[in-house]
Ligand binder design. Structure first.
Ligand code: HEM
Length: 138
């Protein structure tokens, strides 16, 4: 379970990384910095935080598997919802209804907040491990 979510999170992070750096390059090229907060959150949340969670699940086994799935789904939904919600809220490129955009942004941010909170709980639910290099018992 952890292994499956680990690689899913890392792939998701990699996609966010490439889109986030593309936005940064585009901003620098056009000298238009309106997308700075979206660029920053896509990279710091979508790339760095999600990647860190992916590596954590690669290293540790968790006692409650359902929490791994829940936290991973929240992490992906939250980082997507926060970044896209921020883009819609700050720039409103499609002229969508302001209240809808605000709620979208808040829901995205709340998913992310829950993912961070759930992760605290998960760090206390790791299985006791056998050290990887322990001498073999005879
Ligand atoms: C192709 C690579 C990148 C390019 C071309 C790029 C470009 C930029 C540009 C033009 C800004 C706006 C600066 C300003 O407002 O004066 C910026 C801000 C920022 N970038 Fe990037 N960036 C890149 C990669 C990254 C990465 C990998 C991260 C984090 C993992 C990152 C995090 C940030 C943050 C946090 C800000 C906001 C800084 C602030 O407002 O004080 N960037 N970037």
């Amino acid at each position: 379970m952890e292994q499956t979510w680990s690689i899913r999170l890392i792939r998701f992070a990699a996609i966010f990384g490439v889109i986030g750096t593309f936005i940064g390059s585009d901003m620098a090229g056009r000298t238009d910095y309106a997308m700075t907060p979206i660029h920053a959150h896509m990279l710091v949340v979508g790339w760095l935080s999600v990647f860190a969670w992916g590596i954590f699940y690669k290293v540790y086994k968790i006692r409650r598997k359902a929490l791994v799935s829940l936290q991973s789904v929240m992490a992906m939904a939250g980082s997507f919802g926060l970044s896209s919600g921020m883009w819609l809220y700050f720039l409103n490129p499609f002229n969508w209804n302001d209240t809808f955009v605000l709620i979208y942004f808040i829901v995205g941010g709340s998913f992310l907040l829950l993912a961070f909170a759930l992760f605290v709980v998960i760090t206390f639910m790791i299985e006791k491990e056998t050290p990887a290099h322990a001498p073999a018992r005879k």
